[in-house]
Design a protein around this ligand. Structure first.
Ligand code: PHE
Length: 448
C-alpha cells in the first residue's frame, strides 16, 4: 500500500482542494459555457447544481477518502471489506488520464498567451485579429510544445511530494488571482455598453432553460468542483484527522463559485461592449481579455501577470488530477512515487499530443464522428463520467456504507452539530441526487 502523504495544516487542505477546484474550469470554460447556453439561465441552473449536487458529493467524496485513509485503489475495499466496488477506482483512474490529456493542452494555451503578452505579440489587436491569431495558433504544432511544458512542470512539482509541492503552491496563488480578477472587472465595467453584459449574466430568462442547458450546467458543476472522479477522495485521504469535512467542502464550493462569477463579470461586459458574440466557444477569453488589458495603462504588464496566474491556477488543478493516478499506480503496481510519475508522464505526453493535434484539422483519424479528440475527452469526462462517478459515490455513501459511520466521521470534528443538517445531507445523497443525475442524463442525452 502506498505511503500516504499528508497535508501540514487544515488551511493547507482547504487551499489545496480550492487549488484543485479553481482553475481553467472557472476562468476559461465557465464564461464560454454561459455564453453558449443562454447566459443568466445557465448561471442559475449551474449554481443550483453546485449547491444541491456538487457540494453534497464533495462531502461524500472527502468522507470516503478520510475514513479509508488510503488512496482510491484501496479505499472502497478498505471500507467495505470486499472488492465489488473497486471498479470505481479504476474508472477514476482512466477518467483522470483523459482529463489530464486535454487539460494540459489548455494550460499550454495559457503559457502561449503569457509568452505573447510578455513579448508584446498580441498587444493592440482587436477581437477579430485575436480570433485569427487563436485559430492559427491552435492549427499549428505549438500547442503540443506548450502542453508538454505544462505536463512536465506539473510532474516536476509533484515529484517533490504532497507537502512541499502542492500545499506551498496553493497558498501563494489563490489570493493573487482574486486581486487581478477584481482589477479586470473594474476596467470591464467602465466600458460603454457593459450594462448589456450584466443583464446577460444576471437577468434570468427562464425560457432559455432546456434539457441540454441543464446537462451542460451539471457537467460544468462536476468539472469545476473537481468532484465525481476521485481527486477529492485522494485529498481526503491526506486530511489531518481533526479536519471538518462539512466546513471545508462549503468553503471550497463557495470560493469556486465566486471565482467563476467574478470571471463572468470580467468577461461579459467586455464581450458586449466590443460587439463580440458570446457564443464564440473555447476561444472566448483568449479573444476578449487581451483587448480589455490593452485599454489599461500598463496593459502588457497586467496581461502577462494574468496569464501567469491563470497558468499557475491550471497547474494546481493539474497537480490534483495527477495525484489520483499516481496514488493508484503506487498501490496497484507497487511503484515508488517517482516511478509512477515517470510512467504517467510518458503516457500523458502521447495522449496530450494526440489531443492537441486533433484540433489542427490535419488529422481526421483523430476525430471520431467528426469531433476532435479534444472535444471527445472534454465531453466524456465532464458530461458523462464525472456525473456517473458522482452517482456511484452517492450510492456508495448513501446505501452501502452504514449511515452512522459516515455521520460519525462528519460530526466528530465538525462545528455543525444540528441533526437537520445531517438528515438533509443523507436525504440528498440517498434520494435527490441519484434521481436528479439520472433524469438530467436521460433528458440531456435524449434517451427518452
Ligand atoms: N476543477 C478544475 C477546474 O475548474 C478541473 C478539475 C476537474 C480538477 C477534475 C481536478 C479534477 O479547472
Amino acid at each position: 500500500m502506498s505511503k500516504q502523504g499528508s497535508f501540514n495544516s487544515k488551511v493547507g487542505v482547504v487551499l489545496a482542494a480550492a487549488g484543485s477546484a479553481v482553475g481553467l474550469g472557472n476562468i476559461w470554460k465557465f464564461p464560454y459555457m454561459v455564453g453558449e447556453n443562454g447566459g443568466s439561465a445557465f448561471l442559475l441552473v449551474y449554481m443550483l447544481c453546485c449547491l444541491l449536487i456538487g457540494l453534497p458529493i464533495m462531502v461524500a467524496e472527502f468522507s470516503i477518502g478520510k475514513r479509508a485513509g488510503v488512496g482510491i485503489y484501496n479505499a472502497y475495499h478498505t471500507l467495505t471489506g470486499n472488492k465489488r466496488w473497486q471498479w470505481m477506482g479504476a474508472m477514476g483512474f482512466v477518467v483522470s488520464l483523459l482529463l489530464l490529456s486535454f487539460y494540459s493542452v489548455v494550460t499550454g494555451w495559457c503559457l502561449e498567451y503569457l509568452f505573447d503578452s510578455v513579448t508584446g505579440h498580441i498587444n493592440n489587436s482587436n477581437p477579430e485579429e485575436l480570433s485569427q491569431f487563436f485559430g492559427s495558433f491552435v492549427g499549428s504544432v505549438r500547442p503540443i510544445i506548450w502542453g508538454l511544458i505544462s505536463l512536465w512542470l506539473t510532474a516536476a512539482i509533484s515529484w517533490f511530494g504532497v507537502k512541499s509541492g502542492i500545499e506551498r503552491m496553493s497558498k501563494l496563488l489563490m489570493p493573487l488571482l482574486l486581486v487581478l480578477l477584481f482589477l479586470l472587472i473594474v476596467r470591464a465595467l467602465m466600458m460603454p455598453g457593459s450594462d448589456i453584459g450584466m443583464r446577460f449574466l444576471f437577468m434570468p430568462d427562464f425560457s432559455k432553460i432546456n434539457p441540454t442547458v441543464v446537462l451542460n450546467a451539471m457537467g460544468q458543476a462536476f468539472f469545476s468542483l473537481s468532484v465525481g472522479m476521485g481527486v477529492i477522495l485522494t485529498y481526503g485521504s491526506y486530511m489531518p484527522k481533526s479536519q471538518d469535512i462539512m466546513a471545508t467542502s462549503l468553503q471550497v464550493t463557495v470560493l469556486d463559485t465566486l471565482v467563476a462569477i467574478l470571471a463572468g463579470l470580467a468577461i461579459f461586459p467586455a464581450v458586449f461592449a466590443m460587439g463580440v458574440s458570446p457564443t464564440e466557444g473555447p476561444q472566448l477569453v483568449y479573444v476578449i481579455l487581451p483587448t480589455v488589458f490593452d485599454q489599461m495603462s500598463g496593459g502588457m504588464f497586467w496581461a502577462s501577470l494574468f496569464f501567469l496566474l491563470l497558468a499557475l491556477a491550471a497547474v494546481t488543478s493539474l497537480l490534483s488530477m495527477l495525484e489520483l493516478p499516481v496514488s493508484y499506480l503506487m498501490d496497484w503496481l507497487h511503484l515508488t512515487r517517482r516511478k509512477a510519475i515517470a510512467l504517467l508522464l510518458i503516457l500523458l505526453s502521447i495522449s496530450m499530443a494526440a489531443c492537441a493535434y486533433s484540433m489542427t484539422g490535419k488529422a481526421p483519424w483523430l476525430c471520431p464522428m467528426g469531433y476532435s479528440l479534444f472535444d471527445c475527452f472534454d465531453t466524456l469526462t465532464s458530461k458523462i463520467f464525472m456525473p456517473l462517478g458522482g452517482l456511484a459515490m452517492t450510492i456508495f455513501v448513501g446505501w452501502v456504507c452504514p449511515r452512522h459511520d459516515t455521520e460519525d466521521e462528519l460530526n466528530r470534528h465538525s462545528r455543525v452539530h444540528a441533526k437537520w443538517a445531517y438528515d438533509l445531507f443523507f436525504f440528498l445523497i440517498r434520494f435527490v441526487i441519484p434521481v436528479a443525475i439520472l433524469i438530467i442524463f436521460a433528458d440531456g442525452l435524449d434517451i427518452f
